[in-house]
Design a protein around this ligand. Structure first.
Ligand code: F6P
Length: 341
């Protein structure tokens, strides 16, 4: 078979490991030709693709980013492409497509599948917010990077008797912040699922200082927001894709805390460092397993499905199960940490 592969949406450590795994399984075992589509759905629309051979994927297991390139594509362009999807696939000469991406990509993959393009989805996101899969590759790497940053911030915060506000990724969900915050022993953890009260954050810092601990680390997800009526700073707006932005919550929180406490506070925005670089061993393995199962799904004709980790096993689930709603941090999980404010 000629199988098209694309990576779409924000990049994520482990994408290249999936591509490598698809090429190995597809070409070596099934005799497939793997066609790498450039820049996600944009390449599908514009007919930009190249054959990816076994030799082309040498060294990809450990390489961050995606060698195919990735792009976010506006919804109206996707809808137009869905109408033309059979012709687009025919132009590239592909019999099936494996689409690797986050919630937006999987939603689009479901639309293409419904319109008659044979698609299998592979979920990816550092945010870990895709429903029906226990975890996505990229998450472990992001948590690792964030935890190391918190570890490093502790020594400098303590030396200068400062509050460090570290802003972590997670527009809609707090998985990275909760997990890295717990792993790094952050004193305060603020996540989008639980609106926070800045007075409670200030009290926590004051209490620490009263007990002689002259520094504090506050981990805040970029999508965390204040409880209505409790805070002074504005809450951002919508970005070009219609996603809520919160206008640099880390900066604002540090500034406000400094004002309330009269103690030095510094913001640290980790941003895209959480998405870059080499995937952890756990992410490499999950990405490799997802690639293997995606090729098998194509050969079984399990189109309209995506690979999901359930417990220790990889299963194929209907794409709709993954995109119905975002997987947010449930209350019973944040209650397990006293640091969540
Ligand atoms: O969805 C993954 C993610 O890294 C989010 O955590 C973050 O809000 C967003 O992507 C950033 O996107 P961009 O790369 O477009 O700035």
């Amino acid at each position: 078979m000629r199988i098209g592969v694309l990576t779409s949406g924000g990049d994520c450590p482990g994408l290249n490991a999936v591509i490598r795994s698809i090429v190995h399984r597809g070409t070596d075992v099934h005799g497939d030709e793997i066609v790498g589509i450039e820049d996600g759905f944009l390449g599908l629309i514009e007919g930009r693709a190249r054959t990816v051979s076994h030799d082309d994927v040498t060294g990809l297991l450990t390489l961050g980013g995606t060698v195919l390139g990735s792009a976010r594509v506006r919804r109206d362009r996707i809808e137009q492409a869905v109408l033309e999807c059979r012709a687009l696939a025919a132009d590239l000469g592909i019999d099936a497509l494996i689409a690797i991406g986050g919630e937006g990509t999987l939603t689009a993959a479901g639309m293409f599948s419904d319109a008659g393009l044979p698609v299998v989805g592979v979920p990816k996101t550092i945010d870990n917010d895709i429903d029906a899969t226990d975890v996505t590759f990229g998450f472990d790497t992001a948590v690792h990077v964030a935890t190391e940053a918190i570890d490093r911030l502790k020594t400098t915060a303590e030396s200068h008797q400062r509050v460090m506000v570290v802003e972590l990724m997670g527009r809609h969900t707090g998985w990275i912040t909760l997990t890295a915050g717990m792993a790094g022993g952050a004193h305060g953890i603020l996540i989008p699922e639980k609106p926070f009260d800045i007075e409670a954050v200030a009290r926590l810092v004051e209490e620490r200082f009263r007990r002689g601990k002259k520094f504090a680390i506050i981990a805040v997800a970029e999508g965390a927001r204040p409880m209505p009526g409790t805070l002074l700073f504005d809450h951002g707006g919508l970005d070009q894709y219609g996603h809520q932005t919160f206008g640099g919550i880390g900066n604002k929180l540090a500034r406000e805390l400094e004002g309330i406490l009269g103690t030095e506070a510094r913001p640290v925005i980790l941003g895209h460092t959480q998405r870059g670089g080499c995937p952890t061993a756990r992410d490499r393995v999950l990405a490799t397993r997802f690639g293997w199962h995606a090729v098998e799904a194509v050969h079984k004709g399990a189109f309209g499905h995506f690979t999901a980790l359930r417990g220790t096993e990889v299963e194929l689930l209907p794409i709709a199960d993954g995109v119905r709603e975002l997987k947010t941090v449930p209350e019973y999980r944040w209650l397990e940490s006293e640091a969540v404010l």
